[in-house]
Ligand binder design. Structure first.
Ligand SMILES: [Zn+2]
Length: 446
């Protein structure tokens, strides 16, 4: 039997590689959940008499909820692990194709707080979602049942080329300054008579006629696959560790916790949200009503009342899982002393008194206790008090639900770069702690 750490790591690398966009991440998560006996349901289904069991549904294609309903009638609370499916990147504008100076180029927009320089001189391709109208529908009679299909080109087709140093002599002293409008458009090829349009390429890729394509959401990604790195393979080199690594841990943990959950009275929930990197205020983000609505429907679907739902929320706990900053050896002064997480040092509890993280004294204590029980080391992060701190879905979800929340994450470097760096031992440790969190009884208290 393969070592658990190795198995989690191998599955994480596959998940990262299979998920160039949030749409692909949700599909990758759904396939793992369905393989583990989670039944796909829809929000439009009737939930009024939900049987005990494992369920999952995608919301809007880029968010997802998975949960386990225990055998007993009474639901005492929820154990929610929240993470996000989106990562900063470059996305195509609605009419992207144009020609300039003999090149074919694509217009892009920056999504989230990307480290723009990291997108230069990479072998990039396109992935996302394409909307396909049904066959035979006449354009002027109206179309129904437009279908969203995932698409992914795997060959390197695009390049955001950096200016040669001979034309930018100060670059190494003054830094790379990129104007988002002027300098980020990738080169798609050389201008040529009769060259395929992007729409034709999409149609060919999907095996449909170009007229059937009625829309698309396409993003750029680096074709280099995730890999183990470092002298002994002790690190992970990959895109999108923030925050697919925590999305993966949430999904693996809810799968691992499912067999024991049947006998309990709490509902383990894995909640993956889109749009964290742009503020979460969307129909698919952590601010959306879809999570509280689903939680309420679970209680009502087991014969509970609205009062029972409110009681269950009061007995609930949430872990907001999002990657954390490991100490950077070349910039150690950017870190707060005594709060410098190291790679492979275990989960990091994130604390900020301005509440940029949702952790409280009691939820931090609870998480430390869970780590001790799972025999996993725990680390702490606080931002330098003279630097503005980033945030997570933690404060948003905890505000919306009024549920006690702790912000945690695995340590990493190069956050928001196209190629990030994490520890190879941390994923299995976080998965183990989250699995035990799902079975954690209500500790009471503040
Ligand atoms: Zn994040």
């Amino acid at each position: 039997m393969p070592d658990v750490t190795e198995a989690v790591l191998a599955d994480l690398l596959a998940f990262l590689g299979d998920s160039p966009t949030p749409f692909h991440a949700v599909a990758s998560a759904m396939s793992r959940l369905e393989a583990a006996g989670f039944r796909a349901i829809a929000e439009t289904d009737d939930w009024s008499s939900l049987a005990p069991g494992r369920y999952a549904f995608p919301h809007g294609g880029s968010s997802l909820l998975a949960f386990v309903i225990p055998d007993g009638k009474r639901i005492a609370g929820f154990r929610i692990v929240g993470a996000h499916t989106d990562s900063p990147n470059l996305r195509l504008k609605p009419t992207p194709e144009y020609k300039k100076e003999g090149y074919a180029q694509l217009g892009v927009e920056v999504y989230g707080g990307a480290l723009l320089n990291s997108w230069l001189d990479r072998d990039l391709s396109l992935a996302g979602r394409v909307f396909v109208a049904p066959e035979g529908a006449a354009p002027k009679t109206g179309r129904t049942n437009v279908e969203g299909r995932l698409v992914r080109f795997t060959r390197p087709m695009l390049r955001v080329a950096q200016l040669a140093i001979h034309l930018d002599r100060d670059v190494n002293d003054k830094g790379v300054i990129l104007n988002k409008q002027e300098h980020l458009a990738p080169i798609f090829g050389l201008e040529r008579e009769g060259a395929k349009t992007l729409a034709t390429m999409l149609a060919e890729e999907l095996g449909v006629t170009p007229e059937r394509i009625v829309g698309s959401e396409l993003m750029l990604y680096d074709v280099v696959t995730p890999t183990l790195g470092g002298r002994d393979g002790e690190m992970i080199f990959s895109a999108r560790l923030d925050n697919l690594a925590m999305s993966h841990a949430a999904i693996r943990a809810v799968i691992d916790a499912a067999p024991a959950a049947g006998a309990g009275d709490v509902v383990p929930v894995a909640a993956l949200f889109d749009h964290e990197e742009v503020g979460s205020e969307t129909a698919y983000g952590a601010q959306s009503g879809f999570l509280p609505r689903a939680l309420e429907r679970i209680v009502l679907g087991r014969g509970g009342s609205r009062e029972d739902y409110h009681r269950a929320l009061a007995g609930s706990l949430c872990v907001s899982a999002d990657m954390a900053h490991a100490v950077h050896p070349n910039y150690e002064s950017r870190h707060e002393s005594r709060h410098k997480p190291v790679l492979n040092g275990g989960p990091v509890v994130k604390i900020n008194s301005q509440q940029r993280y949702a952790t409280s004294g009691s939820t931090a204590a609870l998480f430390r206790d869970l780590c001790a029980r799972a025999e996993v080391p725990v680390q702490h992060y606080a931002h330098r008090t003279d630097l503005p701190c980033g945030s997570t879905i933690g404060p948003i979800a905890s505000t919306l639900l009024g549920v006690r929340t702790v912000d945690v994450g695995n340590p990493m470097l190069s956050m928001h770069s196209i190629r990030e760096l994490g520890g190879a031992k941390d994923p299995a440790m976080m998965t183990r702690v989250l699995t035990s969190f799902y079975g954690c009884p209500d500790p009471g208290g503040p």
